[in-house]
Design a protein around this ligand. Structure first.
Ligand code: GDP
Length: 171
């Protein structure tokens, strides 16, 4: 698994993480490569274009998940985010309708403390009308500039890929 640069995807359960990964991968030949087994959750790696891994980290924030499982999630994610030298960029995905939730803010601060570069994505933007979009994006901007995204319309795919490419070129 080592070697190839990695781009990680983080977000609350149901935020649209899988849809984002699929939209970005598009015809680029997404190939599931391996996973690191956990008790109930795992980290999935997808090889993209033969020279990059997308890393699908388990979603967080299901209220009904028992505390022990949450602790395990935190351990797995924190270990990966802290130790992984091939990790180049993380996407922190927010639902454009909901904006920042407490866990998202915790994760954002954690990424900053650990000097991990990240980009915020405002997902499901198609579910909002123009006025709602402006309000939603403005609220998210209080903490970070988001890239609006929709898996339905494809809005944002190009900008998100540009962010990945830019990070790549900086290495
Ligand atoms: P995950 O649990 O974060 O991986 O979320 P999924 O990608 O499975 O998406 C959760 C639900 O939201 C599914 O019903 C998706 O069809 C829906 N969804 C995801 N992204 C979008 C989007 O951009 N627009 C709309 N309208 N629905 C979306």
């Amino acid at each position: 698994m080592g070697g190839l640069p990695e781009v990680a995807f983080l977000g609350r359960s149901n935020v649209g993480k899988s849809s984002l990964i699929n939209a970005l991968a598009g015809k680029r030949g997404l190939a599931f490569t391996s996973n690191t087994p956990g008790r109930t959750q795992s980290i999935n790696f997808y090889r993209i274009d033969g020279n990059l891994h997308f890393v699908d980290l388990p979603g967080y924030g299901y209220a009904q998940v028992p505390l022990a499982t949450k602790a395990e999630w935190a351990k797995l994610i924190e270990y990966y985010l802290r130790e992984r030298s091939s990790l180049k960029l993380s996407f922190l995905i927010l639902d454009a309708r909901r904006g920042w939730m407490e866990k998202d803010l915790e994760l954002k601060e954690w990424l900053e403390v650990n000097n991990r570069p990240y980009v915020v994505v405002a997902s499901k933007i198609d579910k909002l009308n123009q006025a709602e979009q402006q309000r939603g994006l403005k609220a998210i901007r209080q903490h970070a500039e988001p890239l609006p995204f929709s898996a339905v319309t494809g809005r944002g795919v190009r900008e998100i890929w540009q962010a990945i490419t830019k990070t790549h070129q900086l290495q």
